[in-house]
Write a protein that binds this ligand. Structure first.
Ligand SMILES: Nc1ncnc2c1ncn2[C@@H]1O[C@H](COP(=O)(O)OP(=O)(O)OP(=O)(O)O)[C@@H](O)[C@H]1O
Ligand SMILES: [Mg+2]
Length: 288
């Protein structure tokens, strides 16, 4: 009888324990549910504020691009007038101007040209960023683009005593904008030549590889410090060694190249070691 009573007490104890545990579990579950809901609401709030921030940043970027385009456009007209009058003066009879005046005119003409190039670069960049670049692409032979740029850079390379070697295996047909691709090549070759000291070399290779036209522009120049390389495609970026050695430039060329190559569905990579050299590789999908 005593054993039965003990058994009943044991079962009752178990039941009470079970009920207590059940109540505790229910409380924990309810608390967890409330906490989860609060966390979800918090995540939702921070996602929304991130989206708002992103929208504001995009608007700011668009406003900056618009501003740059407007200012550049407004600068173009007076600059065209200055350049026109400088040309008129330079055409004057030789005895009308002294040698000193002729030299001053040369300086004005050179700086007006630099300003014009800068304005054109800013306008190109804002056009590309506003989506205005999406002109009708045609069939372009990339090998011809490379050959044209090589012919153009020739005199500057000779003047700087930099040797240019080329290995172009064409044709390299692709769908693209020939004028914009000319710009990419001109920028890359002008960088390779201007950042390479006398007696250095620039090697240009263009070939077809796995459905892509591949271009490599390699130089034995000053290179780019490693910790600055991730900023190369930002507008107005110039590496510290280029500034220190007073190599002229505005820092827009690579930003323009990057946008144009991107718009062609391609990639551009810069591989550089300071004081050893730089290799820029461009890959653009081809058509066959
Ligand atoms: N081949 C290179 N060798 C060494 N440094 C380079 C080379 N190409 C680019 N850079 C570095 O990257 C920077 C940005 O290049 P980018 O072409 O955009 O500007 P830039 O040549 O200085 O001016 P811009 O092209 O607008 O006339 C350069 O100022 C230079 O510091
Ligand atoms: Mg450049």
């Amino acid at each position: 009888m005593r054993a039965v009573a003990r058994g009943a007490a044991f079962v009752a104890g178990l039941l009470t324990g079970g009920v207590v545990a059940g109540v505790a579990l229910a409380r924990v579950t309810a608390r967890t549910r409330v906490e989860c809901r609060a966390q979800a609401a918090e995540a939702d709030r921070s996602h929304r504020s991130e989206q708002e921030l992103l929208t504001k940043l995009r608007a700011l970027d668009a406003a900056k691009t618009d501003f740059m385009a407007t200012v550049s456009h407004e600068l173009r007209t007076p600059l065209t007038s200055i350049s026109g009058y400088v040309e008129l003066l330079r055409d004057a009879e030789h005895d009308e101007l002294s040698d000193a005046q002729q030299r001053m005119l040369e300086v004005i003409a050179r700086n007006a040209r630099r300003l014009r190039e800068l304005i054109e670069d800013i306008l190109t960049l804002s056009r590309i960023e506003n989506g205005g670049f999406r002109s009708q692409p045609g069939e372009v032979d990339f090998a011809e683009v490379v050959e044209r740029a090589l012919a153009e850079i020739g005199p500057a390379a000779t003047k700087a005593s930099v040797g240019v070697h080329a290995e172009v295996r064409g044709p390299l047909p692709l769908r693209g904008d020939g004028v914009q691709l000319d710009r990419v090549l001109a920028n890359l070759l002008s960088n390779a030549v201007k950042f390479t000291p006398a007696e250095g070399t620039v090697t240009v290779r263009a070939r077809h590889d796995n459905g892509e036209a591949v271009l490599e522009v390699a130089d034995t120049g000053m290179g780019i410090p490693e910790d600055e390389q991730n900023a190369l495609f930002l507008r107005f970026f110039r590496a510290t060694n280029a500034i220190r050695r007073a190599v002229p430039g505005t820092g827009l060329g690579l930003a323009i190249c990057h946008k144009i190559v991107d718009n062609h569905g391609g990639t551009i990579l810069v591989d550089s070691i300071e004081n050893v050299g730089t290799t820029v590789t461009v890959r653009i999908p081809a058509v066959w």
